[in-house]
Design a protein around this ligand. Structure first.
Ligand code: ATP
Ligand code: MG
Ligand code: MG
Length: 563
């Protein structure tokens, strides 16, 4: 059972419960618009909403806020469901769709017209915008504001029937053109969009605006607490105005009237998080797709090797507050390191191989060394690691005329081959360009791992693989996608200018020990994740095949997080 860290929203809900609001019901929702894949910011909202649903035992709805037909697609609906489930959450019953409420919303719009609270405006978007005024200057009332109820009803029906083109009419709430809150200055309720909707097809050509759809969707579903990000704080009076206008016209007081509560969105450095920008990265092929491991999307993080546990832990660490701030992406990396350190089995892989021949080791002989899978978790046991006369080590683990503090291999020095023997470098062979093509060593048979002789003090322990046994694999290493801490925070520069040209490096001809799968990287989501000794954490990419195994580097071992 994960420990629960409470926040100010718990306090608000507890207060409502103590006043017996909504007869004690607590129901939350997560309401994505299916116009893109979910990102790490959404993960914060998911953890918060589903966390509250679980804590108060009312659960959480998943609602697709699909009121804009031109941007929404079924592909996004499917990816969102997958991501929420993968994060470890289950919504109540079936997913909901705002589009299922279009008829009810239409009826409520008619109700508002009948009660003199809404009117059809013939003006263009520009004209309406010009009349908005400023926070200190009242707006100008539309010449259509005082239309009769009959005329408004007729026009609204004609809007629905498709008699007008996009932009020719809108339905507006009749509130107060002088309100200090700009959102209360006769906001739009409906606009005309002749476009095919991913679920309702061509049934509708008028679509409700967010403000007229969201609170009403909450109300229909019996949501008690509608949690959203801070920029909606200024919309709250409107949220309440619409609900009040509907509720007061009802013959009986409904059991639950939802309440909106705002929290600070997640901002992460070195990242962009708006779906529009992420979509641009995908469409313009700066990345391979929504699930490119460099993307801050949930699917990208998953493919990168992040675990659901690490993302939930991250959400818990950052907490929930009312003030905006920017979180260091190093914290996210810290969370995955902590998780994988406990759970990822250690295996041997060499990414930049140079051949080592152990000249006094018998040709053709193979020894199967016992290698512990994870020193952090004894229950994972051990596996067999083949050792033979010819091995690969990392090119970077050898240096000619190395300084004394270089605890690796150099001619005349001894190093330990982890889980095998202590070897001494006797010589090297170079090609005509001076590149080392082979290193010769001798081994000391009395220093086999576990023997008394292995206790000899040797500075430097190297990882290695037996050439004859190793499997050739491809490794993809990722760096930050952006080189700037706030790529979309520059007025004069486009965020694309800060793309890191070296964010992906593909390394072919890497070698991994043959039995790495015996280390049994068991993760509930079926993804195999490993620690490559001394190198970092890696997972098998979903596009791997039997003929080409691809590993993605999740993170290096070095933690740069500090509080
Ligand atoms: P974007 O601005 O990236 O398009 P959005 O807010 O329009 O995102 P929605 O699909 O409407 O995306 O978001 C669904 C839910 O996720 C909303 O309740 C929203 O408040 C929340 N959310 C979106 N981005 C963040 C974020 N960075 N931090 C916390 N919550 C977020
Ligand atoms: Mg939104
Ligand atoms: Mg959006």
């Amino acid at each position: 059972n994960e420990k629960i860290k409470t926040n100010f929203i718990h306090q608000e809900i507890d207060k409502d419960l103590s006043e017996n609001k909504n007869d004690g019901a607590v129901l939350t929702r997560f309401p994505p618009e299916p116009n893109g894949y979910l990102h790490i910011g959404h993960a914060k909202s998911i953890c918060l909403n589903f966390g509250l649903g679980k804590y108060y035992k009312g659960g959480t709805n998943l609602r697709f806020d699909d009121t804009n037909p031109t941007k929404e697609e079924t592909e996004y609906v499917e990816s969102i469901k997958e991501d929420v489930n993968w994060l470890g959450f289950e919504w109540n019953n079936e997913p909901k769709f705002t589009s299922d409420y279009f008829e009810q919303l239409y009826e409520w719009a008619v109700l508002l017209i009948k009660n003199g609270k809404a009117y059809v405006d013939d003006q263009s978007a520009d004209e309406i915008a010009a009349q908005k005024g400023t926070p200190t200057v009242p707006g100008t009332e539309s010449p259509n504001r005082n239309r009769s109820v009959e005329e408004n009803l007729e026009l609204f029906e004609r809007m629905r029937k498709g008699e007008f083109k996009n932009g020719e009419r809108v339905l507006r709430a009749k509130i107060d053109m002088a309100s200090p809150n700009m959102h209360m200055r006769d906001p739009l309720m409906y606009r005309i969009i002749h476009a095919n909707h991913h679920r309702t097809g061509d049934k509708w050509c008028i679509y409700p605006m967010y403000d007229f759809a969201h609170g009403q969707g909450d109300f229909i579903e019996g949501i008690s607490h509608s949690i959203c990000t801070l920029e909606f704080e200024v919309h709250r009076p409107l949220y309440e105005w619409f609900l009040k206008s509907i509720v007061e016209a009802m013959p009986e007081k409904p059991a639950v009237v939802p309440r909106q509560i705002e929290f600070a969105r997640l901002n992460l450095n070195y990242t962009v998080m708006s779906k529009r920008k992420l979509l641009q990265l995908v469409n313009e092929k700066y990345v391979a797709g929504w699930d490119d491991p460099r993307m801050p999307t949930i699917s990208g993080l998953r493919r990168r090797g992040y675990t659901p546990e690490s993302i939930r832990r991250f959400a818990d660490e950052i907490g929930v507050a009312k003030r905006e701030n920017v979180i260091d992406v190093a914290l996210l990396e810290h969370c995955i390191r902590e998780d994988l350190n406990k759970r990822a089995p250690r295996v041997y892989a060499v990414l930049d191989p140079v051949k080592v021949v152990i000249t006094n080791y018998p040709e053709g002989e193979v020894e199967w060394m016992e290698a512990i899978n994870n020193p952090e978790d004894e229950s994972t046991g051990s596996r067999k690691l083949p050792f033979s006369r010819e091995i690969y080590i990392e090119r970077g683990d050898f240096m000619e005329n190395a300084p004394r503090k270089f605890f690796r291999m150099d001619v005349g020095r001894e190093v330990r081959l982890k889980n095998a023997y202590i070897v001494k470098c006797e010589g090297i062979t170079k090609d005509e360009n001076g590149n080392i093509t082979e290193i010769q060593c001798t081994y000391d048979p009395d220093t086999k791992s576990g023997m008394e002789g292995s206790k000899r003090k040797v500075k430097g322990t190297l990882h290695w693989v037996s050439i004859k046994h190793a499997k050739e694999v491809t490794v993809k290493q990722y760096d930050r996608l952006f080189m700037d801490e706030a790529p979309d925070g520059h007025k004069d520069k486009d965020f694309l200018e800060f793309l890191n040209p070296n964010s992906l490096s593909v390394i072919n001809n890497c070698y991994i020990e043959p039995n790495y799968q015996d280390a049994e990287a068991k993760f509930d989501d079926g993804i195999e994740r490993y620690q490559f000794q001394r190198l970092g954490y890696f997972c098998i990419d979903k596009d791997s095949s039997d003929s080409e195994i691809v590993f993605n580097r999740t993170v290096t071992l070095k933690d740069s997080w500090s509080k």
